[in-house]
Design a protein around this ligand. Structure first.
Ligand SMILES: Nc1ncnc2c1ncn2[C@@H]1O[C@H](COP(=O)(O)OP(=O)(O)OP(=O)(O)O)[C@@H](O)[C@H]1O
Length: 877
């Protein structure tokens, strides 16, 4: 020990050796300085190009099996820095296997379990591709990322902004629910575009200066969903607008293998990467999966009881339809289960959707009621439970839904609620897809019954009751529309009990069924064949049906319908009773998409009043009500439902001959004279509207009470007969009075309109500012990435803005100034002189304008200030 220290000491002392060491260091440094000087002389882009050349040279050597970290890939410093700052160092399996292939320019089909990091597997190569091409904002659209939902697109945008923040090119988010014009103005500045299919196509069609002709890379996130039937037409149209020569990456947890799909995308020898193909299970190993078999009428109770016993957890509950979410969300808010309840579905406004999305991300304990718009891709942190309240349409949907928990090495639990009729088919499907689920039982002692409370809510709230009715119908429709008839049998559902479990006193009538019934009977009359047999055959035929088959199926049941017409009369009677009991409900349609169909339906329905159907008079009551349903798509199915209901409850045709449609029509028709007579009998005053306050005071009358004194005097003096002059005068006075009233009303209306417009303008300004900030970003900026700070986002139109700014009004300039201060913040980190210059000008203007406007501090109170101002004004005048 002592000796070695001595040796070391002598070596340090040796002047020759230390001189040699110094010389080496000196030569290295001078060499480096020379190189630096040389590089400084060359333009930056050239240095970058050389660096790119060196990276590209390493591409063929990429060996996936040797990759452990992102830095093992030949990636640009900018990307690596972004990854590092976002705490991404080690690669996941899908990233290890696909990033190299994508860098090499291959088309890739990547599949890996949910939560395994597929997003970075396509974002990293996308950034590198544009970097490699030294893409600038003038080069237009280079990368297109398509996501099936707005929330997923937004999430991907966030990841891109985080990882790509050191790159210079811009990224943009184009999703529905925002101002198209606003987006149009910005779209041509965007180099990396993240969008939903519908909105993208809209821009392709309507934005004249939107070009995708230089597109280098197309990425489909959740590719199987985007390529499925739902998006087929839109995607075909989009693909037509894209150049054929491009790189394509497809990612999903349940990848498409359809040759047809791949041909549509014109992939060139794609590389298939199925990371977990040989894995024992297709869901994350850290996910604990169970299912319970629960009667339909117990499901709401079960959910409530579950939430009550998981107050400290974060859960997502999946439902089959928007209307279910809407209704149960409201009811659960009223029930106050003890934790925050949120709802996310496609019928919400975009702003609301975003609000709910970010709110749920932040919450530690909460429950989110959602439709399948939240099933794919969303990366909510720390979700403990995924509950599938309604059975998913297939095993793939199941996999995506449960994938919202147990993400990236985290644990999670999933509970699937199955009806007895769904159990066998679904469990088999899951087993085929290598999903390990085991059955657990509900403890009946722990089940709270909330039916009575729900009934009380509905009794107090008509709107809620209507929502319950829509929820009922919507659920039936969703079950019927499911392709897999082995799992989903709408005829096995206990309708009356289900209606009760939703808090309804009786099951709503599904009116459009009647329309179909009419169609079916007409068809039957036309061909006169025995469809009953065929119907039976169809009923037993295997699951998956396409639309044509569904139609055929509906037709086949027409025979049975006619048999069951026998019960019509009885049912009509009951239905009338129901409607008399004021339980009138509507199967109303809210869907914007379906509005056209609704109006058509209504038209037809007006033509033909159809009898209501009651499967079993003792157990279920349907009632008449005016429908403006949006469910005409389901006509065949729901007719089928009616047929089966009758079967289930053993209704015999011969005992109850049905009234014909024409008869019912005749029965209902009354002439106008008859109606008028009826009204007269009841001593109704027509065209009269009287409004009372809550305290019972009269507030308004129509027609308005005559106010002129002359008229009053005339009324009192009824014995004098008709005095024409007086009458004229009264009329003139009344006229004056009416005109005055009218003027007042118009004034009031104008004032209201002005106020409304003002509020709308203010809101639009706020929204626009927010939308601008949230949807376009230059990736090159630094700062905290933990929370998105909209003020850090630049405005691609800044040069244009700076000119326009001179003319802008004071109100606008305020919001612009806010914007500019944000831009300044970002540009502080960006060293390009071109970007900074206009900002400096703006800043100078800001300070000049701002100073005279500073409030004068008088040192007085507000009231005293006001008094002083009044005094000054008075003395001036
Ligand atoms: N290399 C990595 N290191 C650390 N965390 C990572 C890495 N890659 C991804 N993650 C994290 O894993 C989580 C899941 O990633 P991501 O959303 O990309 O999964 P996914 O495979 O796309 O899931 P899904 O199939 O549900 O869409 C995210 O929170 C992400 O931040």
């Amino acid at each position: 020990m002592g000796r070695s220290a001595g040796d070391l000491g002598s070596a340090e002392m040796d002047p020759v050796r230390s001189f040699e060491r110094w010389k080496k260091k000196y030569t290295r440094r001078t060499k480096w300085l020379r190189l630096q000087r040389k590089e400084r002389k060359r333009p930056e882009w050239q240095v970058e190009r050389e660096g790119i050349g060196r990276l590209v040279q390493r591409y063929p050597e990429i060996n996936a099996s040797e990759i452990q970290r992102f830095s093992d890939f030949p990636l640009s410093k900018k990307t690596l820095k972004g990854l590092q700052e976002a705490q991404y160092r080690m690669v996941t399996e899908i990233q290890r296997q696909t990033i190299g292939l994508a860098l090499q320019g291959k088309d890739v089909l990547g599949a890996a379990k949910t939560g395994s990091g597929k997003t970075l597997a396509f974002i990293v190569p996308a950034l590198e591709l544009l970097y490699r091409h030294q893409w600038t904002s003038a080069d237009g659209l280079g990368v297109l990322i398509i996501s099936p939902t707005r929330e997923l697109a937004y999430q991907t945008f966030k990841v891109l902004r985080k990882v790509g923040k050191n790159h210079e090119f811009s990224a943009g988010l184009i999703i529905g629910g925002k101002d198209l014009k606003e987006e149009s103005e910005r779209i041509h500045h965007i180099n990396m575009l993240i969008c939903t299919p519908g909105r993208l196509l809209q821009h392709m069609d309507e934005t004249s200066y939107f070009y995708a002709s230089d597109l280098q890379m197309l990425i489909l996130d959740e590719a199987d969903r985007i390529l499925d039937m739902g998006f087929a037409d839109t995607m075909n149209a989009i693909i037509e607008n894209l150049p054929k020569k491009r790189q394509t990456l497809l990612f999903s947890a349940t990848q498409t293998k359809s040759v047809k799909d791949l041909a549509r995308l014109s992939l060139k020898d794609p590389e298939y990467v199925w990371v977990h193909e040989k894995a024992k299970f297709s869901t994350p190993a850290t996910l604990d999966q169970n299912y319970v078999v629960c009667e339909l009428q117990q499901k709401v109770n079960m959910l409530y009881s579950f939430l009550r016993s998981h107050l400290k957890k974060k859960s997502i509950v999946f439902f089959a339809s928007c209307k279910e979410v809407q209704y149960l969300f409201r009811v659960f808010c009223k029930l106050q289960p003890g934790l925050p309840v949120l709802a996310l579905h496609g019928k919400q406004q975009q702003m609301k959707r975003m609000e709910v999305y970010t709110c749920f991300i932040r919450k530690k304990a909460a429950v989110l009621f959602a439709t399948d718009i939240a099933a794919r891709g969303l990366d909510f942190p720390a979700v403990n439970w995924v509950i599938q309240f309604d059975c998913p349409e297939d095993a793939n949907t199941y996999i995506h839904r449960v994938g919202r928990t147990a993400r990236y090495k985290e644990g999670g639990e999933a509970l699937l609620v199955l009806l007895p009729s769904e159990e066998k088919g679904m469990v088999e499907q899951l087993a085929q897809k290598k999903v390990p689920v085991s059955e657990i039982k509900i403890n009946p002692d722990k089940l709270s019954d909330i039916q009575k409370r729900m009934q009380a809510f509905l009794a107090q709230d008509q709107e809620l009751k209507e929502r319950a009715q829509r929820c009922f119908v919507s659920y039936l429709r969703s079950v019927y529309l499911m392709k897999n008839k082995e799992v989903f049998d709408v005829f096995k559902l206990p309708l009356a009990e289900y209606a009760l479990s939703l808090g309804l006193a009786m099951a709503p009538r599904v009116r459009f069924l009647q329309k179909v019934q009419k169609q079916l009977s007409a068809k039957k009359a036309a061909d006169g064949t025995d469809h009953l047999k065929e119907a039976e055959q169809n009923k037993n035929s295997p699951s998956s049906m396409n639309e044509e088959e569904v139609e055929k199926c509906g037709t086949n049941f027409s025979g049975k319908v006619s048999v069951n017409k026998a019960k019509k009369k009885e049912r009509r009677k009951e239905a009338e009773e129901c409607s008399a009991s004021s339980e009138g409900a509507e199967e109303s349609g809210e869907s914007e998409d379906e509005s056209k169909e609704v109006s058509e339906d209504e038209k037809e329905e007006k033509e033909v009043p159809v009898p209501s159907r009651v499967p079993n008079p003792n157990s279920v009551q349907f009632f008449e009500g005016d429908d403006d349903d949006d469910d005409d798509d389901d006509t065949e199915e729901l007719d089928l439902l009616t047929v089966k209901q009758r079967d289930v409850f053993g209704v015999e045709a011969k005992d109850n001959p049905a009234p014909s449609v024409s008869k019912s029509k005749m029965k209902k028709k009354t002439t106008k004279t008859q109606e008028a007579k009826k009204i007269l009998k009841k001593k109704f005053k027509v065209n009269t509207k009287i409004v009372f306050t809550e305290d019972g005071e009269l507030v308004q009358q129509w027609p308005p009470v005559q106010k002129s004194s002359l008229a009053q005097a005339d009324e009192e003096d009824d014995a004098s007969g008709i005095n024409l002059d007086k009458a004229k005068e009264i009329l003139r006075e009344e006229d004056k009075f009416d005109k005055e009233e009218y003027r007042k009303k118009v004034k009031e209306k104008h004032r209201e309109k002005r106020l409304k417009e003002k509020a709308a303008r203010r809101e639009a300004r706020n929204n626009n500012a927010q939308a601008e900030e949230e949807t376009v970003a230059f990736l090159a900026h630094s700062g905290s990435e933990e929370e998105f700070d909209p003020s850090t986002l630049p405005d691609p139109d800044k040069y244009k803005d700076s000119d326009e700014e001179q003319n802008s009004e004071s109100e606008d300039s305020y919001s612009e100034l806010e914007e500019k201060s944000g831009r300044k913040k970002r540009n502080y980190n960006n060293s390009t002189a071109a970007e900074e210059m206009p900002l400096k000008r703006k800043k100078a203007k800001f300070s000049q304008e701002e100073e005279p406007c500073l409030p004068l501090d008088t040192g007085l109170s507000l009231a005293e200030d006001e008094e002083l101002v009044l005094h000054l004004l008075n003395s001036r005048s």
